[in-house]
Design a protein around this ligand. Structure first.
Ligand code: SAM
Length: 231
């Protein structure tokens, strides 16, 4: 991976400049690896471009959701926990895009947290394997954002993670997370969705989230889920 990163330094730098972020890529960055090994891209250059532009798009989308649609203040004092931040594919964009909001990345990998701290100049929180062991006080963030985390969690811990992350949200704040959603349903052979609203397949560990309860505001029913904390 180091070699590929080195060989494509020019395009990495170019797309980082175009999107206005740091160009550093960690060799263990799973998202970067996934993209450059993905046959959907006809060249590594296109995969690198996607890495930077898609990260930028996610950050812009979240900005619009937080401030235009949900009415949080883009001001000092507002806080966002970016849960499962990985090696900063989106983090690098969030920091500038949401400025001056306090963005706190959090991941299970120590190396990912150290990388983000050293390259992106923000403090991170190291997560835990068990949802009950995360060292974050309850009711401490205006928003908690988890991109591509719940779609990888096995059934046995899925709802425990949902509760644990929702607990970290302040009253009046939001838990925002992505799932595969109904669009993906057709790719999995149109399965019957159980009454609890979550369909799971062990082979892919993908889920389709179909809950329709009052506390959940489904802004984009297929991929983005928003829970408002009302107590
Ligand atoms: C598919 S990646 C998503 C990365 C990032 N959100 C993005 O979209 O670029 C899933 C991430 O979940 C992280 N993860 C897995 N278990 C975790 C846990 N218990 N606590 C925090 N992060 C975890 C992994 O380390 C990985 O970075």
């Amino acid at each position: 991976m180091e070699k590929i990163i080195e060989e494509h330094q020019q395009s990495i730098q170019q797309y980082a400049n175009e999107t206005g972020v740091r160009s550093d890529i960690h060799p263990d960055d799973l998202i970067f690896r996934f993209l450059i090994e993905n046959p959907v891209f006809s060249s590594i250059d296109l995969a690198v471009k996607y890495y930077f532009y898609d990260g930028a798009k996610s950050a812009e989308k979240l900005k619009d959701l937080l401030f235009s649609q949900l009415g949080l203040k883009q001001a000092r004092g507002t806080s966002l926990l970016e849960f499962a931040s990985g090696y900063g594919c989106v983090t690098r964009h969030l920091i500038g895009e949401l400025n001056p909001v306090d963005v706190v990345p959090c991941d299970i990998h120590d190396a990912a947290c150290s990388f983000i701290e050293s390259k992106m100049d923000v403090e991170t929180i190291l997560s835990a394997t068990n949802p009950d062991d995360i060292e974050i006080k309850n009711d401490s963030f205006d928003a908690v954002f988890a991109l591509s985390f719940f779609s990888h969690m096995p059934d046995r811990t899925w709802s425990r993670w949902l509760k644990a992350l929702f607990d970290k949200v302040k009253s009046g704040g939001y838990l925002i997370f992505t799932t595969q959603g109904m669009t993906s349903r057709t790719y999995f052979g149109d399965p019957e969705i159980p009454d609890d609203g979550i369909w799971f397949t062990a082979s892919s560990e993908q889920k389709i989230w179909m809950w329709q309860i009052t506390e959940i505001l489904l802004l984009q029913p297929n991929t983005l889920n928003v829970l408002l904390k009302i107590r």
